[in-house]
Design a protein around this ligand. Structure first.
Ligand code: HEM
Length: 298
């Protein structure tokens, strides 16, 4: 398969000539309006946030020639990351892309499977075996299945929101359907949405309106008139990601059992032997569960 070139080619709108700065001058964040849509020859990648940053001009509109410095700048100005966190992201990008030379890249290059890109994504299908690049097209049914998990909470004033629990539900389901992710990629997948909650979320639980998440993931845009409201430090993102992992781990105690139950008996094995196996697995699971709760075995 050749390299993917561009995605989401929508009707072109002229790029703005100069950014409109809003908010107190002490705040470095910028709101740039109106947004630009990728034109012929312009490229986008699998990250909705980087695509949105390019659509707003925090990264080059054509999605090309992304340097270390441009990532740092876009992360700070467009998303509100602290300088330290922005540098961490830029280092992570070039490290995972195996580019110690820091040679600039185009957005579609981060779609190389197994570098930063991974399976079990919310918006895009898994990379077929033997392909070098992941599918770039958004799978709208897949995305809708995620958005359908959003819900009203006691603090969301009647609005549907995405919460850490929504992410947990979705990640468990996606990782159950795909091949299990390597720990690094499971961590990256959690971190992607930990950042969404921390950047766009409000209140103690960092709830994000479902429509804002749809705008980001489907249109690869920021919500209208949105600009960062606070500086996001690396530590906050780590804390949120760890929170998601903890909730997943608690729920995942069920996972081997759930996997086994979903499967038909392996060929050549009769149902009785399969059920016996399930019983042993379930017993083992309960033993582990009680041991982990430190209330003794059964
Ligand atoms: C240097 C910065 C970044 C790089 C290089 C990067 C790269 C990527 C890549 C390669 C993917 C595709 C992963 C997959 O296969 O699903 C991705 C997905 C994603 N990224 Fe980024 N990203 C960056 C920053 C951010 C930031 C700041 C956010 C915060 C909003 C973000 C949010 C997301 C989300 C939510 C996804 C998941 C999409 C899905 O599951 O379909 N990214 N990113």
């Amino acid at each position: 398969m050749g390299k993917p070139t561009s995605t989401n080619i929508l009707s072109p709108v002229s790029p703005i000539s100069s950014p409109v700065k809003t908010g107190p001058s002490s705040r470095p964040f910028e709101l740039r309006v109106p947004s630009y849509r990728p034109n012929e020859g312009h490229v986008r990648g699998p990250c909705p946030a980087l695509n949105a940053l390019a659509n707003r001009g925090h990264l080059p509109y054509d999605g090309r020639n992304i340097t270390f410095g441009k990532i740092v700048h876009a992360m700070q100005k467009g998303m509100g990351l602290s300088y330290g966190f922005a540098v961490f992201m830029a280092i992570g990008t070039f490290t995972l892309m195996r580019r110690p030379s820091l040679k600039a890249f185009d957005l579609h290059e981060i779609d190389k499977h197994g570098y930063i890109e991974h399976n079990a994504s919310v918006t895009r299908d898994d990379t077929p075996k033997g392909q070098k690049y992941a599918p770039l097209d958004i799978d709208h049914a897949r995305l809708q299945a995620f958005l359908d998990k959003s819900h009203v909470t006691p603090t969301s004033q009647g609005k549907c929101v995405i919460t850490a629990e929504t992410i947990v539900d979705e990640r468990i389901e996606l990782e159950l359907k795909s091949q299990p992710l390597k720990p690094l990629y499971a961590e990256i997948a959690r971190a992607e949405f930990a950042m969404v909650l921390e950047i766009f979320g409000a209140g103690k639980d960092k709830e994000v309106p479902t429509e804002a998440v749809r705008t980001l993931l489907e249109k690869e845009e920021f919500p209208p008139d949105w600009k960062p409201t606070h500086v996001l430090h690396l530590w906050d993102a780590i804390k949120m990601s760890s929170h998601i992992r903890k909730l997943m781990d608690e729920r995942r105690m069920d996972e081997p059992v759930a996997h086994a139950m979903l499967r038909e008996p392996p060929q050549g094995q009769d149902k009785e032997a399969h059920h016996q196996g399930l019983l042993e697995l379930t017993t083992e699971w309960w033993q582990q569960y009680w041991q982990s709760k430190e209330v003794g075995g059964v």
